[in-house]
Design a protein around this ligand. Structure first.
Ligand code: FAD
Length: 268
């Protein structure tokens, strides 16, 4: 079993089963990373599960549990990594992560990796970042690291969640929008009827919201394959539906062999 080599230095609970945590290394340094990359977090099977969790399917031979988590902090922050995590109540790792308090120990893999980075897009392209839930995390790292230096191109975040309280980083994104004329933030919720607070913003699943041409309305021009790249992250159903819609508009999936304008990371 690997040694628990990191400690939770901050924990912010946004809503039941949704948290932002900061993690610092114990006696080593996190390696450099590119915004959009992920770390692997881990805990042993004997680590306690949260009170909100449901019974899990216990494997015959319980092994150390490891899962990937996109880094939400800026790559300039060297002392900690930030993660935006949702609890899967029957899951193996997240109920154990949600049982950790500030000061709790966990394992962070020594390599920070992943191809879902801005290197995939030419530097002059407009960017649309689309996420469900915690799929926002890699964009927070990209924006926190690079937005202040972005001058010419347009950047838009479209973030979908069930309720407005689940729209993590909402205040920070509104501030970014206020301070950067080339940046826009479009939050969307799927359950306005049960939302605790009044909601005057957009509603529905992102693939349906997309059909209202929201980016065209903000930019005053329709994004085209000649000028815009799309990043999609989170729920695989959203990713698949958005890829199909974008392909119908002439955008193509990016691969190493065939560079295109659609980049995605499916969380499961
Ligand atoms: C590259 C990469 C980056 C990721 N980054 C993040 C991140 O920043 N934040 C984050 O919360 N998760 C992230 N994930 C998902 C994460 O790795 C785990 O799969 C997730 O936390 C569930 O782990 P678990 O052991 O609790 O559940 P498991 O026992 O592994 O159960 C997996 C099941 O949980 C469900 N599930 C997994 N992820 C989610 C989710 N985010 N929302 C709802 N249901 C889910 C699916 O039904 C999946 O089949 C990422 C995954 C990948 C591949």
């Amino acid at each position: 079993m690997p040694e628990l080599n990191a400690i939770v230095t901050q924990r912010h609970d946004l809503a039941p089963g949704l948290m932002i945590i900061r993690v610092a290394p114990l006696g080593w340094e996190f390696p450099p990373f590119k915004p959009g990359q992920f770390a692997v977090l881990g805990l042993p099977p004997e680590a306690p599960r949260s009170a909100s969790s449901l019974p899990e399917e216990v494997p015959e031979k319980p092994a150390f549990i490891r899962r990937a988590y996109s880094i939400a902090s800026s790559s300039r922050d060297k002392e900690f990594l930030e993660f935006y995590v949702v609890e899967v109540q029957t899951g193996a790792l997240t109920p154990r992560l949600f049982a950790l308090k500030e000061g709790g120990k966990l394992w962070v893999g020594p390599k920070l990796t992943g191809l879902f980075t801005l290197d995939q897009a030419e530097p002059d392209r407009n960017l649309v970042f689309i996420a469900t839930g915690t799929g926002l995390a890699p964009y927070m790292s990209m924006l926190r690291t690079h937005l202040a230096q972005e001058q010419g191109r347009r950047l838009t975040v479209i973030h979908g969640a069930r309720y407005s309280r689940d729209l993590g980083y909402r205040e920070e994104l509104f501030h970014m929008e206020r301070d950067n004329a080339n940046f826009s933030y479009l939050p969307v919720i799927t359950r306005p009827e049960q939302n605790g607070e009044p909601w005057h913003g957009a509603t529905g699943h992102l693939q349906n919201f997309w059909k209202t041409r929201p980016v065209e309305q903000v930019w005053g021009a329709r994004p085209t394959p000649a000028d815009t790249n799309f990043f999609l992250c989170g729920n695989p159903s959203m990713v698949e539906a958005m890829v199909a819609l974008l392909q119908a508009d002439g955008f193509t999936e990016h691969t190493k062999a065939n560079p295109g304008q659609i980049h995605f990371e499916k969380y499961w």
